[in-house]
Design a protein around this ligand. Structure first.
Ligand SMILES: [Zn+2]
Length: 165
């Protein structure tokens, strides 16, 4: 058994946070979902871009979400072309708390990625939480609550510049 990883924060700009929360209000009473592109710098996921994705779970869109694999591959390619990786995902919980569900952990496969959940109550976004998927694989994966740190856009840009060779 590997010991639980210490959870680092997720860095996101206020604009990006507002955008993913607004997406949940737009799709209410259905779940919204999307991808977070950015960089992992010293174990901290820095979100650079929030990309809304379509929810393919039209059969049960009020309490399930799924991003089409082709759409995910396309987003990943576009990101890599600009030096950005997928650092996380987001979705909403219409009229449910901003806590991960049994389905959420079962369907989360990206170790090291952040999973943001926003509770949308009666059409208005309330709480937003982020959970880091920890572990070494499917057998021992687990969600660990992580702090959401608001970052100024220029601070993120400076960090990225500092990483260049
Ligand atoms: Zn969920």
């Amino acid at each position: 058994m590997t010991p639980p990883t210490t959870t680092s924060a997720l860095r996101i700009t206020e604009d990006n946070l507002r955008a993913l929360r607004a997406h949940g209000e737009q799709t209410y009473p259905n779940e919204c979902c999307g991808v977070l592109l950015g960089r992992n710098v010293d174990g901290v996921n820095h979100v650079q871009e929030v990309l809304p994705a379509g929810n393919t779970r039209t059969d049960s869109a009020h309490n399930r979400y799924n991003i089409a694999p082709q759409e995910l591959v396309r987003i990943q390619r576009q990101g890599r072309a600009r030096g950005l990786d997928i650092v996380g995902f987001y979705h909403s919980h219409p009229d449910h708390p901003a806590m991960w569900s049994v389905t959420d952990i079962a369907e989360a496969h990206w170790i090291g990625c952040s999973y943001i959940i926003t509770s949308v109550v009666k059409g208005a976004a309330t709480e937003t939480n982020s959970f880091l998927l920890t572990g070494s694989g499917e057998e021992d994966k687990a969600f660990a609550r992580q702090a959401l740190e608001l970052a100024a856009p220029q601070v993120v840009a400076d960090t990225l510049l500092a990483c260049r060779p």
